[in-house]
Design a protein around this ligand. Structure first.
Ligand code: HGY
Ligand code: MN
Ligand code: MN
Length: 418
């Protein structure tokens, strides 16, 4: 081990750990890996991460919502210092890539490793935060662990959340052994940095190495249930139908028009849909589907929601069906800390990497932590803009460049004690 040198990134360990974590929950049939929050596979990912934190002799704490924190204490920290926090998540969607979330957590760990290997301590403690249920696949809302941490949702309410599989979040947390005792949000970070893959096509298309993320778009999730009448597919004339399946599909088409009419800023996705009774020769009695609407501008997001709600009212009358909606998630657009974004940009310049100011299309834990501490994000390119897919990929040299910027920003924010 190098004594008393400047902290330097150990790129090979970072890349090895990204690959090793990516093996946990690997799906041999459909590809990628599936580590949905608080499942056995995700517990295995947590256990591996905690073991890596302990190898670096970090102080590991788990809070009541299952967020994991590994802290490298500064010389002056008596346990009460506001740390510089870096982090992200290690839960995944179904058949995910290996990078979403994990890259940011492991790069943060690489920053702590750089300090350990150089034999120096930071002037302010460094904490690596790994937040519970960022993806929101099983329990809604998404970014739940960081939202609770930022006091945007009461911990007991979050623990009582029912999953898509009927499980209670708090029970699953107990079951996998990650119901900690730390009160969420009891340690407010001095500032927060999140390194992440872009998950979109912009940096690659513009041949740019580093994204300086200054804003993040608003997100609105709803569950919609259409109640019509089941009837015989061969005997019921079209004018007499109350077809829940047809209405659901008309909503999908309207959402595409809303997106098109927005001039490309609004994005609309129906990711889940089910029909009952789901039989070839029966008109659907009931359709249940989700809507994910996003826009970087709150006024435009509100107008998309309003147009959807007017469409639902009109089609419900026209088709003689009942429609109910439930808001699952509603987060306004976020503006990150300008000073931290400037620092990231300066670092990209120092490192000689091309860079660009940008908006995040995906939700991230940073948007929640931004409620309680100055926060900003660093992006690296995603090949083909593909994410939430086993084909998600970023070249190793790009992963290392992003981690270099993260380390450089941290070193510039802190002075070092040999
Ligand atoms: O869907 C999102 O953007 C988030 O990563 N859960
Ligand atoms: Mn993510
Ligand atoms: Mn994701």
């Amino acid at each position: 081990m190098n004594k008393c040198s400047a902290p330097r990134l150990n790129g090979s360990i970072l890349l090895q750990q990204v690959r090793a974590l990516g093996e946990i929950g690997a799906d041999q049939v459909n590809g990628g890996r599936t580590r949905i929050a608080l499942t056995d596979a995700e517990k295995a990912g947590r256990d591996q991460l905690v073991a890596w934190m302990k190898e670096l002799d970090l102080d590991v704490r788990v809070d009541r919502i299952g967020n994991i924190f590994g802290t490298l204490r500064s010389v002056s920290d008596q346990g009460d210092q506001a740390p510089l926090m870096m982090g992200s998540h290690i839960d995944t969607v179904t058949n995910a890539g290996a990078l979403d979330g994990c890259y940011g957590v492991l790069a943060a760990l690489a920053v702590a490793r750089a300090f350990r290997e150089a034999g120096v301590l930071p002037s302010r403690s460094i904490t690596i935060g790994t937040f519970t249920n960022e993806e929101g696949v099983r329990y809604q809302p998404d970014m739940l662990g960081s939202l609770v941490y930022a006091r945007g949702l009461a911990v007991d309410e979050a623990l009582a959340t029912r999953g898509t599989d009927g499980t209670r979040l708090g029970d699953e947390l107990q079951r996998i052994g990650y119901a900690g005792d730390l009160e969420p949000g009891s340690v407010i970070p001095h500032e927060y940095l999140e390194l992440h893959i872009e998950q979109g096509p912009i940096l690659e298309a513009e041949n740019t190495q580093i994204g300086v993320v200054e804003t993040l778009q608003g997100i609105s999730w709803q569950r919609i249930v259409v109640q019509g009448n089941a009837n015989h597919a061969g005997t019921t004339p079209t004018r007499l139908r109350h077809d829940a399946g047809y209405v659901a599909c008309a909503v999908v088409a309207e959402l595409r028009d809303i997106a098109k009419d927005s001039g490309a800023t609004t994005l609309a996705t129906v990711g889940c849909m089910s029909f009952e009774p789901n039989v070839i020769n029966v008109i659907p009695r009931r359709a249940t589907f989700t809507v994910d609407l996003r826009d970087p501008d709150e006024a435009l997001l509100l107008s998309a929601e309003k147009r959807l709600s007017q469409f639902l009212a009109a089609i419900s009358t026209e088709e003689g069906v009942q429609i109910s909606t439930e808001q699952l998630v509603r987060f306004q657009p976020v503006t990150f800390d300008a000073g931290l974004a400037d620092e990231i940009e300066d670092s990209a310049k120092r490192c000689g990497f091309s860079h660009k100011r940008m908006t995040s299309g995906a939700g991230h834990d940073a948007q929640m932590i931004a409620r309680i501490a100055p926060s900003a994000m660093i992006f690296v390119p995603s090949r083909g803009g593909i994410s939430h897919n086993p084909r998600e990929h970023t070249d190793d040299d790009q992963l290392l460049k992003g981690a270099e910027v993260l380390l450089d920003v941290v070193v510039h924010r802190l002075s070092l004690t040999h």
